[in-house]
Design a protein around this ligand. Sequence first.
Ligand code: LMR
Length: 329
Amino acid sequence: FFLPESFLSGKEIPYDDEQDGLSKQIVIRFSHVVAENTPKGLAAQKFARLVEEKTDGLVKVEVYPNGSLHTDEDELDALIDNDVQMIAPSVSKLTNLAPEWGLFDLPFLFDNDQDIEETLSSELGHRFLSLNENKGIKGLALWSNGFKQMSSNLNPLLYPDDFKGQRFRIMPSPIIAEQFKALGAKPVEVPFNQLYTSLQEDQFDGQENTISNIYSRRIYGMQKYMTVSNHGFLGYAVLMNKEFWDKLPKEVQRDIQEAMSETTSWMISESQRVNEEQLNLIARESSIQIYRLTEQEKMEWYQALRPVYQKFLQTTNDKEMKEFVKKRM
Ligand code: LMR
């Protein structure tokens, strides 16, 4: 098949194709902001391997981890401009494109990993994938990095009152901001690549994230208290430049979709494994005090955070999303 020059991304490598002699390799640049030993970092590498296998090397996925190519602040623009062809931002960072993404930031939305998996693969999950098509963005999959935990330097976080007056780093999401305001805390937006330095510079007291991010960014070494609260979900939207996608040969699209669906199913258990393993490493390697939320404490958090659900309902007119959220209030 013929691939126009303009279609190919940055690098072009000659590729021997049995049918037409010399054709070009298709390069997909996949940029993300986390470390390689995190669920997203590992999933990106697995996806790259599977795509190369399935296309017999016709498609090469180049993975750029750690924000080495683009950070939180410019990766969406880079995708839209086709500087990179794939990114996988946390869904929270897409709320300025469509407020509906904030649904996944609702505290205590999911009961467990099975609940996450079922919801992401449901009809509702699929609707999210086409949410930003009018912006030139094709949704390929929703990935799970499991649950977020809370940490702070000021005091243990066991009851809602413990949050009062503290500054918490957040991703740019109005629902996450509401969550901390409901607890009497002050949300401070900080891009992921500035997390460590801004904590060093005392720009916030506490933060929430998955264990894999707390571990790989060494946040645990700079925080005194951590509560395993599982209060929030961290999901990723795996996105592709839509024009790039639309121009891919049908069989390549099919191979990519197969590789993506295998990676997505694998990632659910992989994120549990990585987060559990790294929680043990944190407990062993550092002096951070780790608490686990009791059922009673969890009920108190839940009560304090209930108003956040109302806020979400005000941000969307989407009936199915509203129904889904109301059932979980
Ligand atoms: C964060 O900014 O805390 C995370 O969303 C980073 C990530 O992509 O896991």
